[in-house]
Design a protein around this ligand. Structure first.
Ligand SMILES: Cc1cc2nc3c(=O)[nH]c(=O)nc-3n(C[C@H](O)[C@H](O)[C@H](O)COP(=O)(O)OP(=O)(O)OC[C@H]3O[C@@H](n4cnc5c(N)ncnc54)[C@H](O)[C@@H]3O)c2cc1C
Length: 385
């Protein structure tokens, strides 16, 4: 399929694929097994300017947008989704700054993120506030010197490894969700520590940790946007970032499809390679159709983000839901084609199957995102009545 990428986008995509094949493929099983954060690969991504992709040129970036980011995430995920999400979570922590940061905040943080010197993360979820994000309890009390944070964030990607955290906390408890603000907190700030590191089913190279705030004082200049805008920042962030989860899903599905084709060519049963069986051929054909359809939707949603269009919640949610459901289906079918060995750790399929699942869960579960899409449909119906 021709996606009419710019020369820069083609260069970025090819470079990401080269890094994935040369640096990630050889170590992905080990990273998964040891549940080890991929620092060596993060350094390679930094040296090859991959963190510059989504940062504007005036802050040391390459000036790319959502599609550029998706191309990198897809290629990294084709080799290892754990590495891909560690990279993508840096963008997640940074996009609020790009959208709503002051010039001073951008000059302070973006050049270091662009160079890969400092990783970023985004922290919303708490033990009692997942899909119901408005139920967060972490507070950021205004005092004369700034804000004092108290509370615990759960399941934070890049937790402990990142240096810069965008944290959603209540600056006005009485106003509930309308009293939340997005606040930058740097690693090393007194009162900011890390809790348990989660042991996960998949994306095991990525770090998922608790963030603990105990009377953690941050300067008042660290608020992104205005006080009370925390959930607007969050919703706009997710509209921008969900195609990236779609890209992660497309990448892992593409990796599984390619592995299944290779295996079906080699595996001989009843005297012939199993790829000569029509039952297997049709499975592979369906997998290829599904991956390409998901890619087309993800790229279209990413281009909608890059167009600057205002209400993109529906397109973004559709891309994430469709691509992640496809990733789960394609990795499941790929395992079926591998038969018994697909279930074993000697082959990459069981890792891809485990890695695919999370794309249906984070940045809005697929059920919650179907609510978002249905909400937009209902609004549209009301307009035509
Ligand atoms: C590996 C991993 C990494 C993560 N990284 C981050 C991160 O970097 N930053 C961050 O802030 N968070 C992160 N999260 C949190 C993630 O976004 C949440 O887990 C997710 O939003 C779902 O919330 P929950 O787990 O509390 O599930 P719940 O909200 O408890 O949902 C449980 C079930 O109920 C369903 N449900 C709930 N409400 C509705 C509804 N209204 N309609 C229909 N169904 C509903 C859900 O779809 C789901 O099936 C991460 C999670 C994981 C597992």
């Amino acid at each position: 399929m021709e996606y009419f990428l710019t020369e820069q986008q083609k260069t970025i995509k090819n470079l990401a694929r080269k890094i994935a094949e040369e640096k990630i493929l050889p170590v992905r099983a080990e990273l998964d097994e040891k549940e080890e954060f991929p620092w060596d690969i993060m350094k390679v991504l930094a040296h090859t300017d991959m963190f510059r992709v989504f940062i504007p040129e005036e802050y040391g970036g390459l000036g790319g947008g959502c599609l550029d980011l998706c191309l990198v995430v897809e290629e990294l995920s084709r080799a290892c989704s754990g590495v891909a999400v560690s990279y993508a979570a840096v963008a997640l922590g940074t996009i609020p700054l790009l959208m709503y940061g002051t010039e001073e905040q951008k000059r302070k943080y973006l050049p270091d993120i662009a160079s890969g010197e400092r990783l970023a993360a985004f922290a919303l979820t708490e033990s009692t506030a997942g899909s119901d994000a408005g139920a967060i309890k972490t507070t950021a009390e205004r005092v004369s010197e700034g804000y004092v944070l108290n509370g615990t964030k759960q399941f934070i990607t890049n937790g402990g490894e990142a240096e810069i955290y965008t944290v959603i906390a209540l600056t006005d408890k009485a106003r509930g969700a309308r009293g939340a603000s997005a606040i930058l907190v740097e690693k090393g700030t007194p009162g900011f520590s890390f809790g348990r590191k989660e042991k996960k089913l998949g994306i095991r190279a990525s770090a998922t940790r608790e963030l603990v705030f105990e009377d953690c004082l941050v300067p008042k200049e660290n608020v992104i946007g205005k006080e009370g805008m925390g959930f607007i920042v969050t919703m706009k962030l997710f509209d921008n970032s969900r195609p990236g989860i779609g890209a992660q899903a497309v990448g892992v599905a593409q990796g599984a499809l390619e592995a299944a084709v290779d295996y079906a060519r080699e595996r001989v049963q009843f005297g012939h390679p199993i790829i000569s069986l029509q039952a297997v051929q049709h499975m592979l054909a369906d997998m290829a159709i599904q991956v390409e359809a998901a890619r087309a939707l993800v790229y279209a949603a990413a281009r909608t983000v890059d167009s600057g269009a205002k209400n993109i919640s529906e397109e973004s949610a559709m891309a994430k839901v469709f691509a992640s459901d496809i990733a789960m289906k394609v990795t499941t079918d790929a395992m079926q084609i591998f038969g018994g060995v697909g279930y074993m750790r000697d082959y990459p399929i069981e890792k891809m199957f485990r890695d695919a699942k999370i794309t249906q869960i984070y940045e809005g579960t697929n059920q919650v995102l179907r609510n978002v899409i249905a909400f937009e449909l209902r609004k549209r119906k009301a307009r035509t009545e």
